[in-house]
Design a protein around this ligand. Structure first.
Ligand SMILES: C[S@@+](CC[C@H](N)C(=O)[O-])C[C@H]1O[C@@H](n2cnc3c(N)ncnc32)[C@H](O)[C@@H]1O
Length: 317
């Protein structure tokens, strides 16, 4: 099923289906975005995202995915380790082989907030404003702030525009002794107009049935549509996908979101871009992207990650 409105008729439909009355916010000329949106390229912008968003034109983006700092109260830091085979090395690996480890470069960003919601709210309000009427927002958080963010987004989008809370479940890392180990993130999914939005159900990757014997060979071979609980391993440290950027998210999560909630040629915005995972998935799927991050290390990682991708313009650094 495709729920999609892209032609000039959307304004009429907007009146019927839109979730709140104040949505036709000012379409005042905003110089930066006019330049960006008219181009066919993708962009990476260095700087604070609130200032950037305020410069964007209303209703100019098809999909927003954001993965802000989770308010862990810590600096998020990742240090790369290089291992090489060495008889005198400090580690023993498979088959008793010895390895030497060398400490590589670190990336870090602050995840400490006095008033987290006061940080998030103006950015989410801007995200709502810049979304096209058929657009969607995915907000990626964890148990610390997701419930407060849900209440906030219900106010911004309207409760009827809430679609899902997606649980990204993984199983990695330490296990505390005094409570259940927290091994999932929460992704809140909202649409701007609950009657008209993009959801490319047929294009979504399918997953194996838990009990394939119960559904017959044809269905079993096709697999099933994922539910709102997505099992996906974290980005393996030191693996091919890993950029060394702290809190990098796995590409399959972004591929699924972008496939479902945008169309080829459309524009995907991520204003907490980090290592640029959203950009990689968007480019693979033939979408344009607009990424923002205020951390120079993130911009450096993205420069390397997008090497060889044509039409990516870096702005501001
Ligand atoms: C959780 S990370 C994003 C990780 C990303 N999803 C990935 O896969 O690599 C959050 C990012 O938000 C950036 N950030 C935090 N506050 C920001 C702000 N006010 N403006 C722009 N970027 C910001 C940080 O520098 C960090 O790179």
């Amino acid at each position: 099923m495709k729920l999609l409105v892209r032609d000039a008729g959307w304004r009429g439909l907007l009146m019927v289906g839109m979730c709140r009355s104040n949505r036709l916010a000012h379409a005042a000329a905003r110089p930066y975005t006019t330049a960006v949106m008219n181009a066919l390229s993708s962009h990476v912008h260095f700087g604070d995202n609130l200032a950037f968003l305020r410069g964007m034109a209303s209703a100019s983006v098809d999909l927003v995915y954001v993965d802000p700092p989770f308010n862990t109260g810590k600096v998020q830091r990742k240090t790369r380790m290089k291992t090489s085979s060495d008889e005198k090395g400090d580690r023993t690996g498979f088959g008793g082989r010895r390895y030497a480890t060398e400490i590589g470069a670190s990336t870090e960003y602050s995840d400490i907030f006095d008033d987290y919601m006061a940080f998030l709210e103006p950015r989410l309000r801007e995200a709502y404003r810049v979304l096209k009427p058929t657009g969607a927002l995915y907000l990626h958080l964890d148990y610390r702030e997701v419930h407060y963010a849900k209440v906030l987004l219900d106010k911004v989008f309207g409760r009827e525009c809430f679609q899902n809370e997606i649980i990204w479940a993984y199983d990695y890392g330490g296990r505390p002794k005094n409570r259940w180990p927290a091994k999932h993130d929460n992704i809140l999914y909202y649409v701007k107009d609950h009657a008209h939005f993009t959801f490319n159900r047929e294009d979504i990757d399918r997953i194996p049935y838990m009990a394939p014997g119960l559904v017959g060979p044809e269905k079993a071979a096709r697999g099933k549509l994922p539910t709102d609980t997505w099992w996906q391993t974290i980005v393996p440290p030191g693996g091919r996908e890993s950029t060394g950027y702290a809190t990098q998210k796995p590409l399959p999560i972004l591929r699924r979101i972008i496939t479902a909630s945008s169309n080829p040629g459309e524009l995907v915005l991520d204003f907490f871009a980090g290592s640029g995972t959203t950009g990689v998935a968007a480019a693979e799927l033939g979408r344009r992207f607009l990424l923002v991050d205020e951390n120079p290390q993130a911009i450096e990682v993205m420069r390397k990650r997008f090497e060889g991708l044509p039409d990516v313009i870096f702005v501001g650094q």
